[in-house]
Design a protein around this ligand. Structure first.
Ligand SMILES: [Zn+2]
Length: 247
């Protein structure tokens, strides 16, 4: 456990505090920790295999939303997925007329980052926004605003990942076909800040996009100020499946 409560990725909100306070009461799997970066999502006990089937409808705070994602990622890492059975149940119940996602996730389009799968979440739980480089474009901000203001998501997670091609291409800065280079301008500030180390630039990009979401949208800023919404940045390790919250 590494002081998530002090991390600006939570925007000064209590999301990290409460979620992690809850986790700290659980039994740790310290053998899975490999250092600070292995981090905050690794310390979950083994008793989490059977979450409430109605989870999305019971989540009422940013802290609970973050906890649900963290616990789902732990089930994924431990290969104790539950989403498939719940998907079938939801389809059988024919609840197609409404959605109540508890979180928005802005992730890369990379095929190795299947968001619902890595958080073990079923139909209707996560409002997923994907674009190469997990960048907060105008359209992405609009989509995430819809998730928060209309659908009531409690948490926004900007999810970066290992070996991100969009970040690598921005670092390389070489000519590319079509409009691919239009991604670069969103990612360039992270490369300028973190240098040409891919992991460092990728994490910097997630933090910058999270900050953009917090600052560029009056809609989101208002919800954050009211304590109804938190924004966090995170990193997904494509090698071991772990999601780590970033400072
Ligand atoms: Zn990527």
């Amino acid at each position: 456990m590494h002081g998530i409560d002090k991390r600006p990725g939570c925007g000064g909100e209590e999301c990290g505090d409460r979620a992690m306070a809850s986790f700290s009461r659980r039994r740790f799997l310290n053998t899975t920790l490999t250092g600070a970066s292995a981090g905050v999502l690794a310390g979950i006990g083994t008793e989490l295999g059977a979450p409430s089937p109605a989870r999305a409808q019971t989540i009422t705070s940013p802290a609970e939303a973050l906890q649900a994602l963290v616990e789902g990622n732990q089930r994924y890492v431990e290969r104790q997925l539950t989403f498939y059975q719940k998907d079938l149940a939801i389809l059988q119940q024919r609840t197609a007329e409404k959605q109540e996602p508890f979180a928005s996730v802005l992730s890369c389009a990379d095929s190795r980052v299947p968001v619902e799968l890595i958080f073990d979440q079923s139909i209707g739980h996560v409002f997923v926004n994907r674009v190469a480089g997990n960048i907060a474009t105008t359209e992405i901000i609009a989509s995430i605003e819809y998730g928060a203001a209309v659908l009531g998501t409690k948490l926004i997670m900007v999810l970066s990942h290992g070996n991100c091609g969009a970040v690598a291409a921005t670092i390389a800065g070489k000519a590319v076909p079509g409009q691919i280079s239009s991604l670069y301008r969103y990612i360039r500030p992270a490369v300028n800040q973190a240098g040409d180390n891919l992991r460092a630039a990728t994490e910097a990009n997630a933090r910058i996009q999270a900050q953009l979401l917090k600052e560029s949208s009056p809609v989101l800023a208002g919800l954050i100020k009211e304590g109804k919404l938190s924004v966090v940045a995170a990193f997904y390790d494509v090698k071991n499946g772990k999601v780590t919250l970033l400072s």
